[in-house]
Design a protein around this ligand. Structure first.
Ligand SMILES: Cc1cc2nc3c(=O)[nH]c(=O)nc-3n(C[C@H](O)[C@H](O)[C@H](O)COP(=O)(O)O)c2cc1C
Length: 175
């Protein structure tokens, strides 16, 4: 059985369609994954929080992306010794990953690592995110991903949990 770890980036505050949320949608997805697998989970957090206001966050995230920044993370990188499967949870931001997720992936050994992309979104699904990971980390094995709407995670946990369960089981990560 593969040694599995989850890493997630998720933002609380004001977001598209869901209003002001205490817990980001990807955080809810990561909680569901942990409750099913019991695998360790690492939170990818930008050292300096993004603004809670949706429009201000958009501006800041857009600037960071245009400049291809690698923002500093709040917590030290996790020990990934022996981990061969990484479930990576992140939101779709203009079809791409938030830049702190690149900071995280740059900092770990992705060589031969199987990455399972789990992308929260509000209409654009995985977008280009799985291909972005493949391009940036060609020696990783990017597996079939799962797209989950933030509104589903916020409003219907049972349905979201069923979708996550089905994905983990089809991917061979859960029985
Ligand atoms: C900066 C920014 C850019 C976004 N761009 C997209 C997008 O291009 N397509 C999409 O479907 N959703 C987009 N969204 C919506 C998020 O993907 C969606 O709200 C997601 O569920 C957020 O996950 P989180 O609560 O874990 O951060 C964007 C949100 C933000 C804040």
């Amino acid at each position: 059985m593969a040694k599995i770890m989850t890493a997630f980036f998720s933002r609380s505050g004001e977001n598209y369609m869901v209003g002001n949320v205490e817990k980001g949608s990807g955080n809810i997805a990561a909680d569901i994954i942990s409750s099913i697998l019991g695998a360790p989970s690492y939170r990818i957090e930008r050292k300096e929080d993004y603004p809670s206001d949706y429009n201000d966050c958009n501006k800041e995230a857009q600037r960071e992306r245009n400049e291809n920044e690698r923002p500093a993370l709040r917590s030290p990188l996790p020990d990934m010794t022996g981990v061969d499967a990484l479930i990576l949870v992140y939101p779709n931001w203009w079809g791409d990953l938030p830049m702190p997720v690149y900071t995280f992936l740059d900092g770990i050994d992705t060589d031969g690592l199987s990455i399972y992309p789990v992308c929260t979104h509000e209409g654009n699904g995985l977008g280009m995110t799985d291909r972005c990971i493949m391009q940036a980390y060609p020696s990783a094995k990017v597996m079939k991903g799962l797209a989950l709407r933030g509104t589903l995670l916020q409003n219907d946990r049972d349905k979201a949990e069923a979708a996550v369960r089905e994905y983990l089981s089809k991917s061979g990560l859960a029985g």
